[in-house]
Design a protein. Structure first.
Length: 362
């Protein structure tokens, strides 16, 4: 694989990287990696929501220049980008929760679709080379609930507001690529943009509401029974480091051959790792050492997709990226992080670094 830490340093060391969503779960992990490979990072995101937030646990303020602001604030965002003059942009900031999107649908569309346009407007204002990787989700595909894994050129869509907002973001990206960052005029604008699609990532430091692993860990840490809603729902589980490494590899290749890699890429696990929720709960209890769960199939609940699989052959073939963990390994890595946190929270920075080094270097 082309993504060892030493190889990534060749691309990112001493380069300016603008990272949106750096205070979030995925963003904090990516911030830590970027700092470890020598990048100069400016983060742009909302304020952290609690002291347990991974960004706070890894002392994120000392890893980057942090701008606390909203994606919907176009003036502040554009100023941050144009002042920083980044070589790379990784856009992770989003309203990422399906169930919350039913409560705040208009805000979800504004953040995820219009916010993406604001990021691209900031990039458009740069008078220099810049390579941008925009992160959407596996849920951008019009989900037929079939066993066929979705490819990058399949129809986009979305049942719930979150999924639809991310499909809208993809339309925004495609429009900007054609209108302002067309590969035919690359020598003039000097910009290239690519898209990473991934979903259902798990890993230490995720405390979000209504997500499976945080719900499991919160219950287990309090010796409470785990409540699950849809034990038969199948998801493509992957450790958070899997797609993050993919994004970094994509950014590196985009900077070398922008015309070739200015595309969308799926990042997901092998098809055999699309496991039911109930199986994941059983495994988590086993790795924790004890615990119980119960099924609470409430009526009148928001629609959530039951089956979704990704075809990752394009990333494997073109990026030389492939998943390193199966679902059980990903979950073991994750539960080990949380168990260590509850035993000795002061050691979590070192553990996070060790997990990154062990994973990225294989």
């Amino acid at each position: 694989m082309v993504g060892t830490l030493e190889e990534l340093k060749k691309t990112y060391a001493n380069k300016r990287v603008f990272l949106t969503g750096h205070t979030g779960f995925k963003g904090a992990w990516l911030l830590k990696i970027l700092h470890m490979i020598g990048a100069e990072v400016m983060g742009y995101a909302l304020e952290t929501d609690n002291t347990e937030n991974l960004y706070n646990l890894i002392d994120g303020d000392n890893l980057c220049n942090s701008v606390i602001a909203d994606l919907r604030d176009a003036e502040t965002l554009t100023k941050a980008i144009t002042t920083f003059q980044p070589d790379f942009v990784f856009h992770l900031a989003a309203q990422p929760l399906v169930r919350l999107s039913y409560e705040i649908p208009a805000e979800t569309f504004a953040v995820n679709a219009i916010g993406t346009a604001h990021v691209l407007d900031g990039v458009r204002m740069l008078q220099k080379e810049c390579y941008t990787v925009l992160i959407t989700t596996d849920k951008v595909y019009h989900n037929y609930e079939w066993t066929y894994p979705y490819r990058e050129n399949d129809r986009l869509g979305g049942y719930d507001p979150y999924s639809a907002s991310k499909a809208c973001a993809e339309l925004v990206i495609d429009s900007y690529r054609n209108s302002f960052f067309n590969i035919k005029t690359l020598s003039i604008h000097q910009k290239a943009i690519a898209v990473g699609r991934a979903g259902n990532v798990i890993g230490g430091g995720d405390w979000a509401k209504d997500r499976l692993i945080p719900d499991i860990v919160k219950a287990l840490s309090k010796n409470q029974k785990i409540e699950i809603r849809n034990p038969n729902s199948i998801r493509p589980w992957q450790h958070v480091l899997e797609p993050l490494l993919g994004y970094l590899i994509l950014g590196a290749k985009l900077s070398l051959e922008p015309i070739k890699y200015s595309n969308a890429y799926n990042f997901g696990p092998a098809l055999t790792d699309a496991l039911p929720v109930g199986k994941m709960v059983d495994l988590a209890i086993n790795y924790w050492g004890n615990g119980e769960f119960f099924i609470n199939q409430l009526t009148d609940q928001p629609h959530e997709a039951g089956l979704l699989k990704l075809d990752i052959s394009k990333a494997i073939t073109e990026l030389n990226w492939e998943p390193q963990f199966n679902a059980e390994q990903a979950l073991s890595y994750t539960i080990n992080w949380y168990k260590s946190y509850f035993i000795d929270p002061d050691n979590i920075v070192l553990l996070t670094e060790k997990q990154i080094v062990a994973f990225v270097n294989g």
